[in-house]
Design a protein around this ligand. Structure first.
Ligand code: ZN
Length: 496
């Protein structure tokens, strides 16, 4: 046993029992009594909360999706906007808490007084922190945390540190953009709870890339964590300045799917800066979960999958068309349920993220943890929903595939895709234009033909034009220094 948290190494059937127990407990004592949204869902569907005893029982309940959150945000009544928030009060406690829990409540009131009880409730349920969705096409959606959830954020943080295997004397540099976004704060809390030195620079927007390079050189971290596009830009700029970054031995990226070619490009830069045998690993998380999961540090060829927390959540994988629950290792859409949370809580939340290889329940071959592992091959919903599923020439194009292909190419430095109307005419067909900067000299004509052939065989489209531009121009286009997230895809069609 090499972890403080034995729970993550217990046999899966024990963890499963714990998960079922916590699910039942959460629904009967917290979610149904105090969540206006879910109490309504249970009542409308005539489902008794006490009948949800196991993960399988969840199938009796309908799904929740981002659309439900957006609909509530559009409500005039501020109270309705908070329908996903757990909000206990005296009447609800009396009316809905199971008898055993009520007895506990009243005896604690007798022993410690009314004020004590009110303080406890206030502390457990009062929202004091939030992170929000990036909101590129919709309004940003806020997810609230109470001090209970912030304690959990620390638990997740120390689990991330343990999965990454960061030692006490090692240092971490966090270049996630400073914003009310989960990735930045999860990393900050990981440092607090793991008792690890983490410097959080806020990324390029706060102190600029030069400031980040100076910090890298001064702090000499072993770990660097951030979004792939910015980490790539930072390391490439550092290499151009012939920096010595030999201290680095692990790059952790806040991205669900990082192509091998991208990992190799980063490893090459690092190798040229004195850092060899660097692991490049991924983390997965979404605003709604208020936590992140990590892969084990493995070599570039293999991936352990994301180590989930069965004592805190339930993951289901479903057929995105029919909603049918899939078996172990089967492809589908990830569905997430809280079983140990306060603040904004969700049940059977459809992430929209499609996972190839599903969830595995065998122990991790790298670290031995027995927790369910989510396959690292995830196509993010945020990409699909925002711009990726565009109707171009009457073909639905999943731009995730194009993105993956371009990131994987060893010749390509950086890129941006523009979707425009031909001749700027709103009644014309759509066109796909690629702007690309290169890492090495190529025969441009041959490269254009080859790239378009590959794009065509994977997505059944091709670029109408490919423009080769300088690195400086591409950096300006994607706004790497100033945007919170690099702008890799621009939809310039009117009305989009
Ligand atoms: Zn592992």
């Amino acid at each position: 046993m090499n972890s403080k948290e034995d729970i993550l190494f217990r046999p899966w059937n024990e963890l499963q029992n714990l998960q079922n127990h916590k699910l039942h407990d959460f629904i009967t004592r917290h979610l149904y009594p105090f969540s206006p949204y879910y109490r309504n869902i249970f009542d409308e569907n005539k489902i008794k909360p006490k009948d949800i005893k196991t993960v399988e029982d969840l199938q009796k309940l309908p799904f929740t999706s981002k659309k439900d959150f957006i609909a509530l945000q559009r409500e005039e009544d501020p109270q309705k906007k908070l329908a996903f928030l757990l909000q206990p009060n005296k009447e609800l406690i009396k009316k809905f808490l199971p008898k055993s829990e009520l007895i506990k409540f009243f005896s604690s009131r007798i022993f410690h007084g009314k004020e004590y009880l009110e303080n406890c409730l206030e502390k457990e349920y009062r929202p004091i922190f939030l992170t929000a969705t990036a909101g590129t096409t919709n309004l940003p959606l806020p997810f609230l945390y109470t001090s209970f959830d912030l304690e959990n954020l620390k638990v997740y943080g120390s689990r991330l540190i343990e999965v990454f295997d960061i030692k006490k004397d090692q240092r971490v540099m966090n270049v996630f953009p400073y914003a009310p976004h989960l990735a930045f704060w999860q990393t900050v809390f990981a440092g607090f709870s793991g008792n690890i030195f983490i410097i959080s620079t806020g990324g390029g927007k706060t102190i600029g890339t030069e400031g980040n390079i100076q910090t890298l050189l001064k702090v000499k971290p072993q770990y660097l964590i951030g979004v792939p596009s910015y980490v790539y830009h930072l390391l490439k700029t550092a290499r151009e300045q012939n920096c010595n970054l030999s201290s680095l031995n692990c790059i952790a990226l806040g991205a669900a799917r990082v192509p091998k070619g991208f990992k190799l490009k980063i490893s090459k830069f690092l190798d040229e800066m004195g850092a060899s045998q660097v692991s490049v690993i991924g983390t997965y998380g979404f605003t709604e979960s208020r936590c992140a999961w990590a892969e084990c540090p493995t070599d570039i060829e293999t991936s352990s999958g994301y180590h989930s927390y069965p004592d805190k959540e339930v993951f289901e994988v479903i057929d995105p068309e029919t909603g049918e629950v899939k078996g172990e290792g089967e492809d589908g859409e990830l569905v997430y349920t809280n079983i140990d949370a306060r603040g904004t809580c969700v049940l059977r939340y459809r992430t929209g993220d499609l996972v190839k290889g599903g969830v595995l329940y065998s122990p991790c071959p790298h670290c031995g943890r027995t927790v369910p592992r989510i396959s690292s091959d995830i196509v993010r919903a945020s990409n699909v929903k925002n711009v990726q599923l565009s109707r171009i020439k009457d073909t639905i194009v999943d731009l995730n595939t194009l993105e993956y292909l371009l990131e994987d190419k060893e010749e390509i430095d950086d890129w941006q895709i523009e979707i425009v109307k031909k001749c700027n005419d709103p009644y014309e067909v759509d066109e796909l234009i690629l702007y690309v900067s290169l890492l090495k000299e190529v025969d441009k004509e041959e490269f254009t033909t080859r790239l378009n052939q590959e794009v065509c065989s994977s997505s059944e489209v091709s670029f109408n034009r490919i423009h080769f531009v300088s690195r400086k121009e591409i950096q300006q286009r994607i706004e790497i220094e100033s945007a919170v997230k690099a702008i890799k895809i621009v939809d310039k069609r009117p009305g989009v």
